[in-house]
Every structure is written in C-alpha cells, then in structure tokens.
Design a protein around this ligand. Structure first.
Ligand code: IMP
Ligand code: MG
Length: 186
C-alpha cells in the first residue's frame, strides 16, 4: 500500500499557515535584528522545551554573535488544547544566569501564563536583562499582558501545530506551521 501521507491520520485536515520558506525567511530577519541589537554583548538563549527545539536550532544559526544555549522544560498542558494555568519546571537550566543577557526562545505565547511564570522565575536568578523571542503569538487569547521583544508571526485563535508545536505529542516534525481545518484526531 502506498502511503500518500507519511504522518498518517495525525496530519489529516491540516492547512498550512506558514510554509517552510516563510519561516526560514522570517527567522533570518529575526536573527539579523538580534545580531544588530546585541552587537558587542554576549547573550544566553534560553529555549523552552519541547516546542522551541526547531526554532532555537534555526534561530541560533542566524545570530552572528558569541552566545550560549541553555534549555528548560516547562509543562502547562498535558494533552489538552487549552492552558490549565498550572505550570511547572520539568527540567531546569544547567547554568546560573546571574549577570547574563538572557533571550527566552519560545514557540508560542497564548494565554501568556507560561511566559509570566517563566519571567518571574528567571528574575529571581538576577540576570542582567531578560527579553523574549517567540515564533508565534496568539494575542486573542491573552490572559496576562506579555511583552514579546522579537516575534515571528501572529496567528489567529486556532490550535496550531508543526515546526516544534505538538498536538497530543505528535506533529512536532512537520516542517511548516499549520492548523486543523477539521476536527483533530482523537
Ligand atoms: P500559554 O501559557 O497559554 O501562553 O501557553 C504557552 C504554551 O502552550 C506554549 O509554549 C505551547 O507549548 C502551548 N501552546 C499554546 N498554544 C498552542 C497551540 O496552538 N499549539 C500547540 N501548543 C500550544
Ligand atoms: Mg512552549
């Protein structure tokens, strides 16, 4: 049997919102902007797992400055498509960030609860500065004000998947960002 769809049922009905080419072009712009803004300084990219892993990999290669990469794991979702508002650190940074210029690298800011928690948490570690870079923003769903210093794209109020973002743990490996145009698989 020929599989016309290698992701099987999981990607049925997904419409492309941002193609691979568009994502690549936008990340090149963000990298150039960050390179200009941080010229002469070192920075630490702090990626929020797991959603950031592709974005972080592509973004860091577009930043032409000395930098360090660290990651932390945050969980707020379980298998639900709406934030529970309960956030916990599932894996912490490996190094202190005291005195560092920190740039958080996130996949998407939705309610903003995760980012609020993370910013409050990182501030207690006395960094020199903390800024936020998010691939996606869903402003219609915001519950707490969140400043995004570097943004890839705004998305409508739809559940998006691909390029690191998951639905029930799947679809992170789609090379584009899409949304379900029909009921997602159960
Ligand atoms: P927030 O706390 O509501 O802002 O949610 C932030 C986190 O929820 C993101 O870092 C994602 O991991 C996840 N998330 C929010 N919206 C989506 C979505 O549309 N698709 C996949 N994950 C999402
Ligand atoms: Mg995330």
């Amino acid at each position: 049997m020929t599989m016309s769809n290698p992701m099987g049922d999981w990607s049925r009905g997904i419409e492309v919102l941002f193609s691979e080419d568009r994502i690549r072009a936008r990340i090149a712009e963000l990298g150039a902007e960050i390179t200009r803004d941080y010229a002469g300084r070192e920075l630490v990219l702090v990626g929020v797992l797991k959603g950031c892993f592709l974005f972080m990999a592509d973004l860091c290669r577009q930043i032409d400055l000395p930098l360090k990469c660290d990651f932390l794991g945050l969980s707020s979702y379980g298998d639900h498509t709406k934030s529970t508002g309960v956030i916990r650190i599932t894996s912490d940074l490996k190094r202190p960030i005291e005195g560092e210029n920190v740039l958080i690298v996130e996949d998407i800011v939705d309610s903003g609860l995760t980012m609020r928690y993370l910013l409050d948490n990182l501030q207690t570690r006395k960094p020199k500065e903390v800024k936020v870079c998010s691939l996606l923003d869903k402003p219609s769903r915001r519950r707490v004000e969140t400043k995004i210093d570097y943004l890839g794209f705004s998305v409508p109020d739809a559940f998006v998947v691909g390029y690191g973002l998951d639905y029930k743990g799947r679809l992170r490996n789609l090379p584009y960002v899409g949304h379900f145009s029909e009921e997602p698989p159960d």
